[in-house]
Design a protein. Sequence first.
Length: 281
Amino acid sequence: MELQAEIIQFIQSFSNPFLDIFFIIITNFGSAIFYLIMIPIFYWSIDKKIGITLVISLMFSMYLNATLKNITAIPRPIGNPGIRSLFVSSAGGFSFPSGHAQGTATFWGVVMQYYKSRQIYFIGIIMIFLVSLSRLYLGLHWPWDVAAGIILGLLMSWIFTVVPKKLKSLPMLYSIILMIAIPFGLAFLFPYKDNFIYMGLSAGSFAGYKFEDYLIGFKPQSENKLKTLEKYAIGLGGFLLIYTVLKLIMPQHSFFSLLKYFVVGIWLTFGAPAIFCRLSL
């Protein structure tokens, strides 16, 4: 730990008020809010295949991250002598591996593999580097947390751009059953609180995607900015309504959390696109 603490201290030796604000902003590009904004943009307005790959890969990646965090139970550098920690509210749970680094590597890993352009590679690599560096500068992770997060994130992005191609040969019903049974089983295998959220959202999103593709055939379009805004108003409004109602009527239990996010996933990939098609958005 001494060498890792020295690396953090070296990075923090360049600290100043501007960099403090800069890295607090940058670290939010690896947060759940960023993904909640970007995934609907991809799914509803750009390419739903990229959108569903982002959902599934991120949810499984965060499942792996939460599981490893709880198994290893390594403390964060917060409070370590000689290390200052900023924006501690963005650091929940244990330290290894870094969820921000892993999520960013997963997200941009998928985007880079789909687009395969120099511009996207440049943006993706810069974002992975900056978000990962921000966790060290802010004193919220050890260097090995960040390194492991990047490796695992890129691995998960590769797996979930390859595996769907193998599942194409399966009948739709079998693939749906498989992609619901696996997440539900994994949620109960390592029953940590967040894992029920990740696996519920993953299963619901995939089921909704397959049914929507078969029954509706929604094609994302973003030529009309006004219609795009209408889509987000309906989509996000529906999400908030469903989430609020389910939170009020469902008991506070992990199993019901799994069901709640399963329904939210179906709304993202089936309910909202069905309404968009109905309204010609």
